[in-house]
Ligand binder design. Structure first.
Ligand SMILES: [Zn+2]
Length: 310
């Protein structure tokens, strides 16, 4: 186990459940009617997810193996909130539930209310480029309103969006990247200063805009997850330089470490952690700053049940 100083919390993991695979492939012809998820998983070279209970147990074992104390699990297609809710109810001290949500669907409000109250999920994940809506739409305002009332966070995917599983399955992905703009996130984040707003992957290519948004809005957080391949859009930019620049603008209190881990058997992505830890070491961030990024900020945003320190 890690010491208190080295505690590790992962703010960005995907819970790729059986139901997730079923919903994702509902319009794909030629798949078996029974055990469809297992067949899709086999096609992808993944282990079949099984029941949400067994997948939750597998995640716990995986986090234990790597000394990760807690993790956000994201239900990664609308309609799969229940699977993550099962995992959270099973291990409330280990998991924080998040869910992909499309505010433009009919019955959005009751669906949202149910996820945030009955199912006890704590972060709404918006993908405006995927679901093709503007962040200044009234429906998005209603999401922030609900988040504000329930004390939840809102995650907004910005920048380049490439969903590996959709690509591998050949699913159409007509994303409109213009809709995921950190400056549009800033406009709504300002209206709801009590709602923590997470922009993943340093803005995924909209690095400058993500820093501008976070500089303007003290409630905007940046998540560091994934291989950060967006660096390729910025000539000569390295992960070290990105961290140095972002820390200079935003400070260490508004970064959330994440890996973007998702399927098994690959499991938790330790190489992502190693690369980020090495980058922060290389730029000389002190232990206090590292502690905030790797667990302290997570614990403040998502206090564990019974933890009254934050
Ligand atoms: Zn992700």
């Amino acid at each position: 186990m890690r010491t208190e100083e080295e505690l590790l919390c992962d703010s960005h993991c995907h819970f790729f459940s059986t139901r997730f695979l079923e919903i994702l492939t509902k319009d794909v012809a030629g798949l078996p009617v029974t055990d469809r998820a297992a067949s899709v998983a086999a096609q992808l070279g993944w282990d079949a997810p099984g029941t949400p209970e067994s997948l939750a147990d597998r995640w716990v074992a995986e986090l234990d193996r790597h000394g990760v104390a807690r993790s956000v699990l994201i239900a990664s297609v609308p309609g799969d909130e229940e699977s993550v809710a099962v995992a959270v109810a099973r291990q409330p001290s280990r998991f924080v539930g998040a869910f992909m949500f499309n505010p433009m669907v009919p019955d959005a409000e009751p669906k949202l209310a149910r996820a945030l109250s009955t199912l006890r999920l704590r972060m709404v994940a918006l993908f405006p480029a995927m679901h093709r809506y503007r962040l200044d739409d009234d429906a998005v305002g209603r999401v922030f309103e609900a988040a504000s009332q329930s004390g939840s966070a809102v995650f907004v995917h910005c920048g380049v969006l490439s969903v590996g599983v959709r690509k591998k399955l050949g699913l159409a992905s007509p994303f409109d990247l213009r809709l995921g703009d950190p400056l549009a996130v800033a406009a709504i984040a300002l209206r709801y200063p009590s709602v923590p707003v997470v922009i993943p992957h340093f803005g995924a290519g909209m690095f400058r805009e993500a820093l501008m948004a976070a500089d303007q809005c003290p409630n905007i957080y940046l998540d560091t997850s994934s291989s950060n391949s967006w660096l390729k859009y910025h000539p000569g930019l390295t992960l070290e330089a990105a961290f140095r620049q972002a820390l200079a603008v935003v400070g260490p209190d508004r970064f959330l470490f994440g890996t973007d881990s998702s399927f098994f058997p690959r499991g938790w992505q330790k190489p992502i952690y190693d690369a980020q830890a090495a980058a922060l070491e290389a730029i000389g961030l002190d232990a206090s700053g590292r502690g905030k990024i790797f667990h302290g900020n997570f614990a403040r945003l998502f206090p564990a049940p019974g933890d009254t320190r934050h």
